[in-house]
Design a protein around this ligand. Structure first.
Ligand SMILES: Nc1ncnc2c1ncn2[C@@H]1O[C@H](COP(=O)(O)OP(=O)(O)O)[C@@H](O)[C@H]1O
Ligand SMILES: [Mg+2]
Ligand SMILES: [Zn+2]
Length: 270
């Protein structure tokens, strides 16, 4: 007979949250989705993906399958659906974005020899979008790459922490090793709760611990990391301190210029 006291509901919720995170910690699999209906193939010689006239796999079907695979891979890498279709050609460019675009064109070199990158700027400056384009460039070249919202990681760690159960603390313990699997990692929105004045002590403690552990593991392995933050460079350094900043080295910081992109859209003519 178990002498363990009944688990409070909070611990149960925390366990459920960790369970939901488990796929990401074991393989970064995309969420299962309803299979999309196969569109008609434009190749008149094609039957079920086979080109009868040429007696080989249908080209059109093959390239469509490749696109579907890439899409699944991007979703599995944490790319938000709204950024799936966005490419550099769609963006209004400035000097910072040109630098990032150039980096993406030589992403192999950036991953092998480049520095880490800190993108800072006000909300809406285009940091997440630019970082996502880096992840896409890396994945297209066959590198393991991943973008994580920092707030989501803190929330998961917080659930595990609240549970105060050894097994559930595995989340925090396994995180650095998990993160070291990606040749390019984006931690999106680091310190954003602090920037918004919404961080409590527990959030800050956990965010610091996760950030330090992940950056330390990646720096040791020579892996490239990109962080985005709404904090200014100065406030970032004050908030996270010299240990975190030194684990980010060597890095370049880019101040994404503040502008409201929506203002540039053509106004609707009601
Ligand atoms: N260079 C750009 N050109 C056009 N629209 C942009 C550009 N950068 C950002 N946007 C728009 O602004 C929105 C916010 O960008 P996002 O990357 O989420 O900002 P941040 O992460 O800095 O808060 C995007 O969804 C996009 O529609
Ligand atoms: Mg963002
Ligand atoms: Zn076909």
């Amino acid at each position: 007979m178990s002498l363990k006291p009944a688990r409070p509901a909070l611990a149960k919720a925390a366990r459920a949250a960790l369970e939901a995170m488990r796929p990401a910690l074991t393989g970064g699999q995309a969420q299962p989705q309803a299979p999309a209906r196969e569109p008609e193939c434009p190749n008149p010689e094609c039957t079920d993906g086979w080109d009868l006239r040429r007696d080989r796999e249908c080209e059109q079907c093959r390239s469509r399958k490749q696109l579907v695979r890439l899409r699944d891979e991007l979703l599995g890498a944490g790319v938000e659906p709204r950024y799936l279709e966005v490419e550099w050609e769609h963006l209004q460019m400035d000097d910072n974005l040109e630098r990032i675009r150039k980096g993406c064109a030589v992403i192999e070199r950036v991953i092998r020899e480049g520095r880490n990158l800190a993108l800072h700027g006000i909300p809406g400056a285009g940091k997440t979008q630019a970082a996502t384009l880096m992840v896409k460039a890396a994945i297209r070249k066959g590198f393991a790459a991943r973008i994580y919202a920092m707030s989501a990681l803190v929330t998961q760690a917080r659930a595990a922490w609240t549970a105060r159960e050894e097994e559930e603390r595995l989340f925090e313990r396994n995180l650095p090793e998990h993160m070291a699997r990606f040749r390019l990692l984006v931690l999106d929105g680091v310190g954003d709760f602090e920037a918004a004045g919404k961080a409590d002590a527990q959030h800050n403690t956990l965010e610091f611990r996760l950030l330090y552990a992940v950056l330390n593991a990646r720096q040791g392995a020579g892996l490239r990391t990109v962080i985005t933050t709404n904090l200014t460079q100065k406030r970032f350094a004050e908030h996270f301190g010299p240990q975190v900043v030194s684990r980010l080295k060597p890095f370049s910081a880019l101040n994404m210029v503040a502008r409201d992109w929506r203002e540039r859209e053509t106004p609707l003519d009601w």
